[in-house]
Write a protein that binds this ligand. Structure first.
Ligand SMILES: NC(=O)c1ccc[n+]([C@@H]2O[C@H](COP(=O)([O-])OP(=O)(O)OC[C@H]3O[C@@H](n4cnc5c(N)ncnc54)[C@H](OP(=O)(O)O)[C@@H]3O)[C@@H](O)[C@H]2O)c1
Length: 248
């Protein structure tokens, strides 16, 4: 088991990529704290951990709730070895329809929430710790209607370099994980009609060299590489898991 004796915090750990990763981490021997905002999904997430950890509610848009979350990790485990800062959301809108509220909401979760999660969790991390930040294939391509979501993900990619530089002297690695189109509830929350969603999915799938959406478990395997001992000399980089979409 690759994460035996490790303690991992996984945000967005109640759904999709985060849930698959939390479950994989627990199978690899870690104690996992899976975090989500919707209380309705917590018990299913806790069950997926098979007794190796807990699921906690926190709204990451609120720094005080991140304080409470980190305090709970400190009380229960006293330390943290792995942080997968992965919670995120997207709201689709063309240039002329983007509102201030949409910008605030996406930056509040995808960037500000992620940043403060790292800032507040790092004091619990020991040398050899690993931080993985979820960015997106959208940080390198232009997709109509996704300007703000893509900008938040560009900011996250940048953060992996800067925080990688800041934390390297403390023996903590920071990397970005860049999923392509993955089958999770994410796209269903973009605010598109069912018909538009279907069109976008078909268009995207046709552009992916491997000709399909990825599965959350396939992303989880890549997170395990970055988070665990196999990635011990890897920091500041971006691991792209997108079926070749942005690479070929
Ligand atoms: N799926 C894709 O195609 C794709 C592609 C590229 C990048 N990504 C990125 O991958 C990450 C995970 O996405 P996913 O596909 O697994 O989507 P998902 O199934 O919708 O999961 C999103 C997770 O983020 C959590 N979250 C959202 N707002 C939150 C808040 N205010 N406070 C705390 N938690 C919050 C959700 O918790 P609740 O459900 O409880 O709100 C949920 O656990 C995201 O950062 C996303 O941008 C996804």
């Amino acid at each position: 088991m690759k994460l035996s004796g490790k303690v991992a915090l996984v945000t967005g750990g109640t759904s999709g990529i985060g849930l698959a990763t939390a479950a994989l981490f627990s199978r690899e021997g870690a104690q996992v704290v899976a975090v989500g905002n919707d209380p309705g999904r917590l018990s299913a997430a806790a069950a997926a951990l098979g007794g190796n950890g807990i699921a906690l509610q926190a709204d990451l848009r609120r720094p005080a709730e991140i304080d409470r979350l980190v305090e709970a990790v400190r009380d229960r485990y006293g330390r943290l070895n792995i942080l997968f800062a992965n919670a995120g959301l997207g709201l689709a809108a063309p240039l002329e329809a983007v509102t201030e509220a949409q910008i605030d909401e996406q930056f509040a979760v995808n960037f500000k929430g992620l940043f403060f999660t790292v800032q507040k969790a790092v004091p619990l991390m020991e040398r050899g710790g690993s931080i993985v930040l979820t960015t997106s294939y959208l940080n390198t391509v232009g997709t109509p209607g996704l300007s703000i979501l893509s900008a938040t993900k560009g900011a996250v990619r940048s953060l992996a370099r800067t925080l990688g530089a800041e934390l390297a002297p403390r023996g903590i690695r920071v990397n970005a994980l860049s999923p392509g189109p993955i089958s999770t509830p994410f796209a269903g929350k973009l605010g598109l009609s069912q018909q538009d969603l279907q069109k976008v999915a078909e268009h995207t799938e046709a552009k992916v060299p491997l000709r399909r959406f990825g599965e959350a478990d396939e992303v989880a395997n890549a997170v395990l590489f970055l988070a665990g001992p196999d990635g011990s000399y890897v920091t500041g980089t971006e691991l792209v898991v997108d079926g070749g979409l942005t690479q070929i």
